[in-house]
Design a protein around this ligand. Sequence first.
Ligand SMILES: Nc1ncnc2c1ncn2[C@@H]1O[C@H](COP(=O)(O)OP(=O)(O)OP(=O)(O)O)[C@@H](O)[C@H]1O
Length: 327
Amino acid sequence: MDLTSNQRPADMERVTNPELADAFIADAVEAVRAQVGGGKVLLALSGGVDSSVVAALLVKAIGKQLISVHVNHGLMRKGESEEVIEVFRDGMGANLIYVDASDRFLGLLEGVADPETKRKLIGGEFVNVFAEEAARLEGVGFLGQGTIYPDILESEEGVKAHHNVGGLPQDMDFELVEPVKLLYKDEVRVVGRQLGLPESMVERQPFPGPGLGVRCLGAITRDRLEALREADAVVREEIEAAGEDIWQYFCVVPDMRATGVRDGRRAFDWTVIIRCVNTVDAMTAEVPELDWPLLRRITARVLAEVPGVCRVAYDLTPKPVGTIEWE
Ligand SMILES: Nc1ncnc2c1ncn2[C@@H]1O[C@H](COP(=O)(O)OP(=O)(O)OP(=O)(O)O)[C@@H](O)[C@H]1O
């Protein structure tokens, strides 16, 4: 395998089954070892499909020479950071640095209501945290990245000179290690499965970089964020248990309150909005007709289990006119 080329060979077979995945993994392991030698590789590990598969591949190829950094910005879904630690540190014995930067991010976001400003602050702070961790390490010469083939095809320079640094510091003087950069997403999943990653990681739904930050609408408060995280977990659990095949499902919680009655007393609490979409290319999206008893079950659980919520709504808006995310 040639890790220096950004051009997928015309005769490269699509990695669609365990045998082809094994062959790919063997080639990639060899290519990574040849590139890195005895050097150290740094990797930002989000727990998303791409960086997780790269992490698993690099652990297989170079073991403790890989240093992964997972940043918990306080905007992860329920159990997500814990799963990263469990799978990589406990399960694979990976060299993983876990940074709990929740207070830092949430402090920075206090009172910030504008969606674009929120996104910029979260992205900027992620770079700061990652750069600080990198500065603490010695002798790192390589940066691992979960670049995949569509990233290369979509990048401005195309296949000629692609430098996807995923928003990471531009001035870091590292050589890139991108072992899955010639693979399409479906192939990355097959490879991940073959590397022993759990289904929950391999089949993870698209999740925006700023995470729950763009689903806790307006200025984020810790209690509303917590309500969102819990409601989101209920929605995911129930839809998975029902075996519904839906492309993406999550919740948003707007920064407004609604009147309700709980235990005979007036409540003035938040609204959880359930968002489900089916799409092929994310350019347009349809709202699935969810089973009514399922919606009722989710509603009952959210109202009973999530403090501070007195109303549940289902978003019926297709894309266009609505976007998939609310912010
Ligand atoms: N919380 C985080 N901790 C560590 N690294 C992160 C985190 N969030 C993002 N990254 C890094 O930034 C890259 C780009 O993030 P982005 O949210 O755009 O995900 P992506 O391109 O879908 O990749 P992935 O599937 O790995 O999440 C990730 O691949 C990962 O290397």
